[in-house]
Design a protein around this ligand. Structure first.
Ligand SMILES: Cc1cc2nc3c(=O)[nH]c(=O)nc-3n(C[C@H](O)[C@H](O)[C@H](O)COP(=O)(O)OP(=O)(O)OC[C@H]3O[C@@H](n4cnc5c(N)ncnc54)[C@H](O)[C@@H]3O)c2cc1C
Length: 393
């Protein structure tokens, strides 16, 4: 009787394109598909706009300075414009412009190489080389005390994205374009083919094509489909907020410290909470798998950040007053992967966006939408295919 009842409650849905994952990537892809006139179904295992993955929270940095692959420069420029357009279309402020101060270490050749890569990206995007203020000027701007062998660089294109508002806007525009969403719907199994069949405990989805944006659940979703991903590093990140010693004295800049390039610190000015600076170590506790999230001990992360703030930021109280958590998924070369399924062109995916993906969300979504509908892509994402790891099957 119970089994019969369960069977009767099963949902059977059909669509032209199913998008799995309603983080920033999946939402963006779904919006583009709906706007292309595709009957699009967005599916997520959690309630909509949850904070369990990598897109939760209220803020993300956006910038043009890029020390990663040179192809990112034009992608980031396009993404900046896309966020500005979404802001107009959604009628909500998404992008708060704030110049960025980047610091490097003149005694460390790798750090300086990163600084120069950033300078090249800024000049390519804006037509102007960036300013390099003296470290004394930078310390004055940041209320910091970095030593004299540090160098500073400005990125005036930078800012803060109001991440929660970005997701809400994408969802609102998706739904007003005719898109449908089912949440609390865990996709357990995907059978490729024409059509693709997605099974979950709640029922079945039949789709002509599928976009997969599963975030930290990439291995679980893509391995059974025989997508030979490289080893992805999963990290639990502890985001801390620090109160200024004096009210209204928070530095109004985005800041990134590239002096220790393996794990930089960065900070965002108080856009979310008055007088609270978000200062974060760009790394965290490595997880063996996504199920370990709740077991992670973040005390060493807190201690390290407290030492950093104490040492370099006398204007901040060295005891954080607020903590939030997030997850990074990082590929071996720290660049993301956007590609087709190796044998089924009606399945595409985007994974491994580590700590930098939010800003490029709208153009990743656009690209995935173009790929899965068999259209040429407006931007060149070829540098981010799986083939670079030599593991295509
Ligand atoms: C602490 C932190 C700070 C960051 N700072 C910045 C920054 O300043 N600037 C920047 O540009 N980027 C930043 N990033 C990176 C950026 O936020 C991420 O790269 C981006 O949010 C990744 O989005 P996503 O859609 O790929 O993943 P997610 O947001 O994790 O979305 C994946 C979704 O897939 C769903 N899902 C997975 N498996 C299934 C399944 N089987 N069935 C149904 N649903 C499923 C999940 O529930 C989830 O909603 C930061 C990230 C973190 C964690």
């Amino acid at each position: 009787m119970e089994a019969l009842k369960k069977q009767q409650q099963q949902q059977h849905m059909e669509c032209q394109v199913a998008v799995v994952g309603a983080g920033v990537m999946g939402l963006s892809a779904a919006l583009h598909l709906a706007r292309m006139g595709k009957d699009t179904l967005l599916v997520d295992q959690f309630p909509r706009l949850h904070s369990n993955g990598s897109s939760g929270g209220r803020s993300r940095a956006i910038r043009q300075a890029n020390q990663g692959h040179p192809a990112l420069t034009s992608i980031m420029s396009a993404a900046r414009n896309a966020w500005k357009n979404l802001e107009v279309e959604g009628g909500t402020q998404l992008y708060v412009p704030k110049s960025m101060v980047t610091l490097g270490n003149s005694e460390d050749s790798f750090s300086m190489e990163q600084m120069h890569r950033c300078a090249v990206a800024i000049e390519e995007a804006t037509g102007e080389p960036p300013d390099w203020p003296s470290i004394d000027e930078a310390n004055h701007m940041l209320g910091s005390r970095f030593p004299s062998h540090y160098v500073a660089q400005m990125d005036t294109t930078a800012g803060v994205l109001r991440a929660d508002q970005c997701l809400k806007t994408l969802l609102k525009l998706f739904q007003s374009s005719g898109g449908r969403m089912v949440d609390n719907w865990d996709v357990k199994k995907i059978i490729p083919g024409k059509p693709v069949i997605l099974y979950g405990e709640k029922g079945t989805i039949i789709a002509d094509a599928v976009v997969l944006c599963p975030g930290v659940w990439a291995e679980k979703v893509l391995r059974p489909l025989q997508v030979n991903l490289p080893k992805l590093k999963l990290e639990r990140i502890c985001l801390e907020y620090w109160q200024t010693v004096e009210p209204d004295k928070a530095p109004p800049y985005v800041f990134i410290d590239l002096s220790n390039t393996s794990h930089p610190y960065y900070s965002l000015p108080p856009v979310e909470y008055p007088d609270l600076v978000k200062m974060v170590y760009h790394g965290g506790v490595v997880l063996n798998n996504v199920n370990e999230i709740e077991e992670v001990d973040l005390q060493s992360e807190r201690d390290r950040s407290r030492e950093y703030v104490k040492r370099f930021f006398p204007g901040l109280n060295p005891q954080s007053v607020r903590e939030e958590y997030c997850l990074y998924t990082t590929t071996p070369d720290k660049e993301f992967i956007v590609d087709y399924h190796p044998r089924h062109n009606n399945i595409v995916y985007g994974v491994g966006f580590s700590g930098m993906g939010f800003k490029v969300g709208p153009v990743v979504g656009q690209t995935l939408a173009e790929m899965v509908t068999g259209n040429p892509t407006s931007l060149d994402f070829s540098a981010f295919s799986l083939a670079r790891f030599g593991s295509k099957i």
